[in-house]
Ligand binder design. Structure first.
Ligand SMILES: [Zn+2]
Length: 256
């Protein structure tokens, strides 16, 4: 394992205990980062442990709420002395922020086009956002383009948002760029599965203070995602901000 000061932190990975449709247990993740400088990870549940993404008309049930709770609790159990895990809480339409604990390090908010929708007009949604704001937890926000913009404009005041994949699944880097999203102080991004071209374009326009390395394991390979960032041959200070410094700065803002 690399020395603590040299840790690379993966800001975006999934790992589960229920959904076996992909190799995505914590052991699978540790195998995938073996031999790399990755020594810590922000971890969230797989989508399929949270809701049925294949059914647009999916209605939440007690059984799904229990599955969701079990999955989120599993993520809380992963931290090890030899490998640091920053657990994120994957939130869905029960807006169960009562399950947040002082060790939670962020929120995962996730939906693609065609998947069941978040109930944005539910009072519980506003209450959940108030609690997230009070704790100063960052939200990894993956949503359709229009809903991403609405979220930023109407819901996210005072909340840090991390747009994964430099926007690939939130409408695309360019569309978000044209909409003025990347210049907002509370909008961050991660590099998972983004192209080197987009990473460079982002750095040129918006600097390096709000961009973080992520792999999106199991969809991305931590080894190749890390190599992609290292091959950009960035200035050492910029590379280290992306690989760990920015993540730690964000974590330091959480109120526990
Ligand atoms: Zn992901």
């Amino acid at each position: 394992m690399p020395a603590a000061k040299d840790f690379v932190i993966d800001s975006h990975a999934h790992c589960g205990a229920i959904d076996t449709s992909m190799p995505q247990t914590f052991e699978d993740y540790l195998d995938a980062v073996d031999g790399t400088d990755i020594g810590a990870t922000a971890m969230f549940s797989p989508v399929l442990e949270i809701y049925d993404r294949f059914d647009y008309n999916f209605v939440d049930t007690i059984a799904w709420q229990q599955r969701r709770r079990q999955s989120n609790v599993n993520v809380l159990s992963l931290d090890r002395p030899q490998f640091k895990v920053y657990p994120y809480f994957f939130i869905w339409n029960d807006f169960a922020v009562d399950q947040l604990t002082p060790v939670h390090c962020g929120i995962k908010w996730h939906r693609h086009a065609g998947e069941p929708e978040y109930c944005y007009d539910d009072p519980k949604c506003f209450a959940a956002l108030d609690e997230i704001r009070r704790r100063n937890l960052p939200i990894v926000l993956e949503e359709e383009f229009d809903k991403t913009l609405d979220f930023i404009k109407e819901l996210a005041q005072g909340i840090t948002l991390i747009i994964p994949h430099l926007g690939m699944l939130n409408g695309g880097y360019e569309a978000l760029d044209s909409a003025g999203v990347w210049e907002l102080e509370n909008v961050w991004a991660d590099t998972a599965l983004a192209s080197s071209y987009e990473i460079k374009a982002y750095l040129n326009s918006y600097g390096h203070a709000r961009l973080m390395f992520g792999s999106d394991f199991p969809f991305g390979s931590p080894v190749s995602e890390l190599e992609k960032v290292q091959k950009l041959t960035l200035d050492t200070g910029i590379q280290s901000a992306l690989l760990s410094g920015n993540f730690l700065r964000l974590q330091a803002q959480i109120r526990r």
